[in-house]
Design a protein around this ligand. Structure first.
Ligand SMILES: Cc1ncc(COP(=O)(O)O)c(C=O)c1O
Length: 371
């Protein structure tokens, strides 16, 4: 046996190319830290697009009974949950894949399709995980800017696609802008995109929307082999802490994704809770109603001179002129929001909270603006 002095730099040389260029996810400051720092009793958390109404009560009931079985592995093929999703959307069981959050599905799709030098077209600004999936596989990200009103520039997206493009992401309502890709724009785009491109249509917030032009999941859309639709239980269903997302797509596409999937990627509590949440029409309706009512509350800010981007999600993008400064000033008042989105230096994203919390945030913003 050779004994020697080993250094970590030798190990570092073994790290796959491209990994050091990835910035790890940095969790924000915690509620407890903020309370301590500013002597606050309560922090209002409006920074992660969670559901202010809490989890679906039907899901909570299902969780309570499932915890007795936590010594057992989950069903690796998540049959119960996949069947519940299939029934809900009126598609076949084989068209459904589930993941440890839709983040997991984004990573799995990236691992399945992307290689060094492939291209991924993403709207910009949009959800950061699309870029993360591309980066871990050393694919090149081609961001396509939204128009100045944050609507989609579908012509620019079509033009950005080349023979090297493997994935095109579309997010509607888009995070962080809250604006939608209109159903007519999607149809136009699908008519223009070639057959070799997987179109990942992320509808994480679509079920909050009642916009007449929002994307509607039709049989025709489900039948398009290029289209892979993502949903999450983290937003409308209030189950972010459980980590469950699902995708609807062609069974052959999923047969490849299934090869890179962890065997038990959705835990047994999550499987039961997700299936139960889909049956909770009342919680879904209340969540949708709450988002619409919250958006109306934010009209007050518009009357005070703020540029408030009309949102179809459970959050709103507001132009305050100084993203970081607004974040700081709200944090000092015990209100946590999101700032610092790339190329949105003048905007903050605020998740809809309970009525009083929305009001507190609106009044704080008005004070800050007038100060
Ligand atoms: C557009 C969008 N897609 C996907 C996700 C990920 O959701 P999940 O919690 O299911 O991983 C989010 C979370 O913020 C999101 O905003």
């Amino acid at each position: 046996m050779v004994l020697g002095v080993f250094t970590i730099s030798e190990i570092e040389e073994q790290v796959r190319a491209g990994i050091s260029a990835i910035h790890p996810y940095i969790p924000g400051i915690t509620d407890d830290e903020i309370k301590k720092m500013y002597g606050l009793r309560r922090v209002v958390k409006l920074n992660a697009n969670e559901n202010a109404l809490g989890p679906s009560p039907l899901a909570v009931k299902a969780i309570e009974s499932e915890v007795q079985l936590l010594h057992l592995y989950p069903d690796g093929s998540s049959e119960l949950l996949r069947q519940a999703v299939a029934d809900f959307h009126n598609v076949s069981f084989e068209n459904v894949m589930v993941g440890n959050g839709s983040d997991d599905l984004i990573k799995l799709l990236s691992e399945t399709f992307l290689d060094d030098g492939d291209e991924v077209v993403v709207p910009h600004p949009s959800f950061s995980q699309y870029g993360f999936g591309a980066a871990i596989m050393r694919a090149n990200i081609k961001p396509v800017r939204l128009n100045s009103d944050f609507s989609y520039d579908v012509e620019a997206i079509a033009q950005a696609v080349t023979k090297k493009t493997k994935l095109v992401y579309l997010c509607s309502p888009n995070n962080p802008t809250g604006t939608i890709l209109k159903r007519q724009e999607l149809e136009w785009l699908l008519g223009r995109l070639p057959g070799h491109v997987v179109v990942v249509l992320d509808l994480a917030y679509n079920d909050f929307s009642e916009h007449p032009d929002r994307v509607v999941e039709t049989e025709k859309l489900f039948a398009d082999p290029r289209v892979c639709i993502l949903h999450t239980f983290s937003k409308l269903y209030g189950l972010a802490g459980l980590r469950i997302g699902y995708g609807i797509g062609h069974k052959t596409l999923w047969s490849y994704v299934n090869r890179v999937r962890e065997p038990f990627n959705v835990n047994r509590v999550a499987q039961r809770a997700g299936a139960a949440a889909l049956l909770d029409e009342s919680h879904r309706r209340e969540s949708r109603r709450h988002a619409a009512a919250s958006m109306s509350q934010y009209e007050t800010l518009r009357n005070e001179g703020f540029d408030v981007v009309p949102s179809e999600g459970n959050f709103v993008l507001v132009k305050t002129g100084d993203s970081k400064g607004t974040f700081q000033k709200l944090m000092e008042r015990g209100i946590l929001i999101r700032s610092g989105f790339k190329d949105l230096d003048e905007y903050v994203r605020i998740t809809f909270g309970l009525k009083d919390d929305n009001e507190a945030c609106i009044q704080a913003l008005i004070q800050i603006l007038h100060a």
